[in-house]
Design a protein around this ligand. Structure first.
Ligand code: CMX
Length: 421
């Protein structure tokens, strides 16, 4: 039995007990009220779903199992996966056991390469990545367990199996999408001596420089989770609540991550930054950059990487990326423009008067680091976000099944019904 299953099996009985006790004692407590305005605003602020892996506060941002994200920037993606699921950071032995478990599950079925090879050469990398996950659905242990009428209380085990099987394969799939889509040559065989991020860089064909590896570990850790209501996680969990297996559920949510208001903002932000550098043939003055930003806003376009549905402060994940960039990147026009944008965009958005949060989100800096280290194909960036977000989505699916949460099914109202209220 893998380390995660072993430790979850010890924890889940207590969690279930606490959950039942909470329902018995406080089941009728009100968490929030829903007004017509909220119904028309994408349910902003409606507290109606459960997420234990992480929470986001408006003034401090992401906490993973109670740890502020800036206190976790030294850990690897595998460690944050363990933390989200087990509610503890792994010791060295547990981390090694998890890494070995992932390596043992990492072989990708050959038919995935056939599917990817047969897609149009100009497919978006996100369409390729999500198709690769979806086409492996027939491997699902959960779907087989369901057919065999496994007890509902055991659903979490096959959900975990599927989730780990997918996560283990993501580095090889993402690297293959990169090499195929951007004509980088043949796929590179996996090197199981490397960790999840290192092996990914190796299969992409990048040098294993210490800084680049650290940057990739940071990238793949920072995007892991953002509580339960963001589009990708919420979509995955909704699909999973119908007992669709993790292959169906994860690819559904990642299709949401491919939207420009969500994860695609990282590619759009870098595209915007490159447009600035190209337009001014380098780093513009503050005055020039202000005019450029206003022109974009006045033409009805958003500033990608700024604003957020929940945050009301600079995103600490942005702060983490800027900290890394300030330490490691010197004389880079792209990073200088990102820094300048941070100095001028919030004031402009405040004057513009629409965005409730004028501050940068995670997507405002991440691309400049990737670009600096030679990963210049910005259409690929959301795939990296997806690899990381899969860790949180899988964790949340496993915990939802462990708690036996039911089908997600909020009630809708017609316009007429609202008028009659
Ligand atoms: N640039 C210009 N206008 C913006 C803006 C931005 N960065 N952020 C918000 N606004 C506008 C909205 O478009 C909206 O305008 P309308 O009333 O004309 O529709 C208005 O301000 C109010 O929006 P809001 O309540 O502040 O923001 P929402 O909760 O509706 O949306 C988000 C949040 C992130 C979609 C929005 O800020 C946005 O579009 N940002 C740019 C895209 C982006 O960076 N997305 C990535 C978010 C993080 C992630 O998921 O990866």
């Amino acid at each position: 039995m893998g380390i995660l299953k072993q430790n979850l099996a010890k924890k889940i009985p207590d969690w279930r007990y606490n959950y039942r006790q909470l329902l018995d004692e406080k089941g009728d407590h009100v968490t929030s009220t829903v007004t017509i305005e909220k119904a028309f605003s994408g349910m902003r602020g409606v507290k109606g779903i459960i997420c234990d892996t992480s929470s986001v506060t408006a003034d401090a941002g992401l906490h993973v199992r109670g740890h502020h994200i800036l206190d976790l920037i030294h850990i690897k993606p595998e460690e944050v996966l363990y933390l989200m699921l087990i509610d503890e950071l792994p010791d060295k032995k547990s981390l090694k056991a998890l890494q070995q478990d992932l390596q043992a599950r990492s072989e990708v079925p050959d038919y995935v390469w056939d599917v990817l090879n047969s897609m149009p050469k100009d497919s978006h990398p996100m369409a390729m990545f999500n198709t690769a996950i979806l086409c492996m659905q027939k491997e699902s242990k959960f779907a087989k367990a369901y057919e065999l009428v496994v007890s509902k209380s055991d659903y979490w085990e096959s959900t975990l199996d599927d989730g780990l099987n997918i996560i283990a394969k993501l580095p090889a799939i993402a690297a293959a999408v990169y090499r195929l889509r951007f004509n980088k040559g043949e796929r590179i065989e996996s090197n199981n001596d490397l960790d999840w991020s290192g092996n990914f860089l190796h299969m992409m064909g990048f040098d294993q420089s210490k800084d680049m590896l650290k940057m990739m570990q940071l990238y793949l850790m920072l995007h892991c989770d953002h509580e339960g209501g963001n589009v990708s996680t919420f979509s995955s969990l909704t699909v999973n609540s119908a007992l669709s297996d993790p292959y169906y559920s994860l690819s559904a949510g990642l299709n949401g991550l491919a939207g420009p208001l969500h994860g695609l903002a990282n590619q759009n932000n870098l595209k915007f930054v490159l447009e600035v550098v190209e337009h001014f043939k380098g780093v513009p003055s503050d005055k020039e950059l202000k005019e450029f930003v206003w022109d974009r806003l006045n033409s009805g376009r958003v500033i990608p990487g700024y604003g957020h549905a929940v945050l009301r402060c600079p995103d600490p994940r942005f702060t983490a990326f800027m900290g890394f960039g300030n330490k490691h990147i010197k004389d880079c026009d792209v990073f200088s423009v990102v820094t300048k944008l941070f100095n001028i965009v919030p004031d402009i958005l405040k004057q513009h008067g629409k965005a409730k949060n004028p501050w940068p989100n995670v997507d405002a800096a991440s691309g400049s680091l990737l670009y600096h280290y030679g990963l210049k194909e910005f259409e690929f960036y959301t795939v990296l976000f997806s690899m990381s977000r899969s860790l949180g989505i899988v964790s949340q699916m496993v915990l939802s099944r462990a708690m036996g949460l039911p089908l997600t099914r909020p009630k809708s109202l017609t316009f007429d019904a609202l008028n009659k209220l």
